[in-house]
Structures are given as structure tokens and as C-alpha cells.
Ligand binder design. Structure first.
Ligand code: 0WE
Length: 255
């Protein structure tokens, strides 16, 4: 069993019980980690408080990653509250609805900027915030999707943002390696979360995985949580800058 007792983890991107961040938070908590769960705004506070309340040792904090001052305040608060950090989970992405609804050719300058800012830059921002607190070394991880590499209908500018995020993982891994801070990504198969709601044809995407993936099924938040637990723990001490697929093998298929 993986033992994370005495370890402190901060998790970004929890919206509700279907969030991948929640699957990860539960697994880290089960392993004994102390959790700082961050929610974006007042609207999401109630769900975050309720979910955190069901874990052994979790507190919630408000932090909108699109605001530099909120990131600065958050890490100051985490330093006061815990004195250190061992694990950081970034499960945050956003592109304006129009950008994943319209044809890719109509991608706007502002939509491109927002998608890259929220979905890729924020990993740099939170890693920099966490760096001085990761005095015992650390494990930083983010969530990506195969749309970074191959074209999926309507994923559009999010595909570019995920490609940027994956490159970001490699550059951060190189930058933070000398501090024994590892940086990795989990490339999850499609899961019905809040972010997947309102995406036309999402069922079609899930069905394609069932038909074509080697395991002939979809994956869930807790399976992503298990991979995250491995990346958070010393079992993965030699792994950094890597993209780990948790996708029932979908990405290896050709036809
Ligand atoms: O990365 C994601 C979700 C990203 C996402 C989703 C939304 C929907 C609502 C980012 N921004 C928004 N903005 C909104 O207004 N996934 C891997 C899930 C996902 O999203 C898709 C997918 C899949 C799979 C979008 C189009 C096509 C496939």
C-alpha cells in the first residue's frame, strides 16, 4: 500500500463529485495525505466544502487561477497553514464554448488566448507558487487529452492548448528537476464530467472507445486517481516529464 501520511497535497480543478480532481483527491486522501482543495469561486464553494468534509483531513481554499494575486495569496495561506507542500494536482482547462462548437478555422484570437492561458499557463503559475514550499522535493501533475496529438472533431483550440500543456510539463520537469520536483501528466480517456457536458456527440466519443480501445470500455475518475497516486508517491521517483495514458489503451490503436 502506498503511504502518504505526513504529505500535503494541493488540488486545483474541483467543480463537483464528477470532477477528475475529486477522483484524485479521494485516492490521495485514502493513502493518508492531507489535502488542500481549491475551488474557483463562491459558486463552487458549497460543493467543495461538502466533498472535502467527507475526507479525513481536507480543507478548502478559494483561488481563481486566472488572477495572479489570488495565486499569490493562496500559496501564502498554504505556507501558513501547512508550512510545506509535497504534491500538486492541476486539473484545470477551459476554452470558450464557441471555440469548441464552431469549425476550427473560426478560432478567435481571444478564444485562443483564453484557452492557452487557463489550460497551459496556469500550470507554470501554480508550479512557481508551489516551488518554494516543496522543500522535501515534490510531485506536480496535470491532466491532458489525446486531442493534443491527434485531431478529434470539435476539440479544436483545446488540442493546441493541451499540446502546449504537454510541452510545459517537459520544460517544467527540466526546470525543477534539480530541486527533486517531478512534473508529469496523465492523459485520461474521455469521462463524463462537467467539462464534457454540452459537448454534442460526447456519447459517440465514449462509444468509439468501447468499440476500439484494447480494454473495450471507458475509464473512470478513480482509475485516474490510482495513476495519480502512483505519480504522487515514491514508487514513481524515477519518472518526470512524462505523459501517462489512462485511456483503456485507446491511443495505441491504428484502426
Ligand atoms: O479537455 C476536455 C474538456 C475541455 C473543455 C470543455 C469545455 C466544455 C464547456 C474546455 N472548455 C470547455 N468550455 C466549455 O464552455 N476534455 C478532454 C473533454 C472533452 O472536451 C471535448 C471533447 C472531449 C473528449 C470537446 C470537444 C470534443 C471532445
Amino acid at each position: 500500500m502506498i503511504d502518504l501520511n505526513g504529505k500535503v497535497a494541493v488540488v486545483f480543478g474541483l467543480a463537483n463529485k464528477r470532477s477528475i480532481a475529486w477522483g484524485i483527491a479521494q485516492k490521495l486522501s485514502e493513502a493518508g495525505a492531507t489535502l488542500a482543495i481549491c475551488y474557483q469561486n463562491e459558486r463552487l464553494k458549497r460543493d467543495a466544502d461538502e466533498l472535502a468534509g467527507s475526507l479525513a483531513s481536507a480543507k478548502t481554499f478559494q483561488c481563481d487561477l486566472s488572477v495572479d494575486a489570488e495565486i499569490e495569496t493562496l500559496f501564502a495561506t498554504l505556507k501558513e497553514t501547512y508550512g510545506k507542500l509535497n504534491i500538486l494536482v492541476h486539473a484545470v482547462a477551459f476554452a470558450p464554448a464557441d471555440e469548441i462548437k464552431n469549425d476550427f478555422i473560426f478560432t478567435s484570437r481571444e478564444g485562443f488566448r483564453i484557452a492557452h492561458d487557463v489550460s497551459s499557463y496556469t500550470l507554470i503559475a501554480v508550479s512557481r507558487g508551489a516551488m518554494p514550499l516543496m522543500t522535501e522535493g515534490g510531485s506536480i501533475m496535470t491532466l491532458t487529452y489525446y486531442g493534443s496529438t491527434k485531431v478529434f472533431p470539435n476539440y479544436n483550440v483545446m488540442g493546441l492548448a493541451k499540446a502546449s500543456l504537454e510541452a510545459c510539463v517537459r520544460y517544467l520537469a527540466a526546470s525543477l528537476g534539480s530541486k527533486n520536483i517531478r512534473v508529469n501528466a496523465i492523459s485520461a480517456g474521455p469521462i463524463k464530467t462537467l467539462a464534457a457536458r454540452g459537448i454534442g456527440d460526447f456519447t459517440k466519443i465514449l462509444d468509439a472507445v468501447t468499440e476500439r480501445a484494447p480494454l473495450h470500455r471507458n475509464i473512470d475518475q478513480l482509475e485516474v486517481g490510482n495513476a495519480a497516486l502512483f505519480l504522487a508517491s515514491d514508487l514513481s521517483s524515477g519518472i518526470t516529464g512524462e505523459i501517462t495514458y489512462v485511456d483503456a489503451g485507446y491511443n495505441i490503436t491504428g484502426l
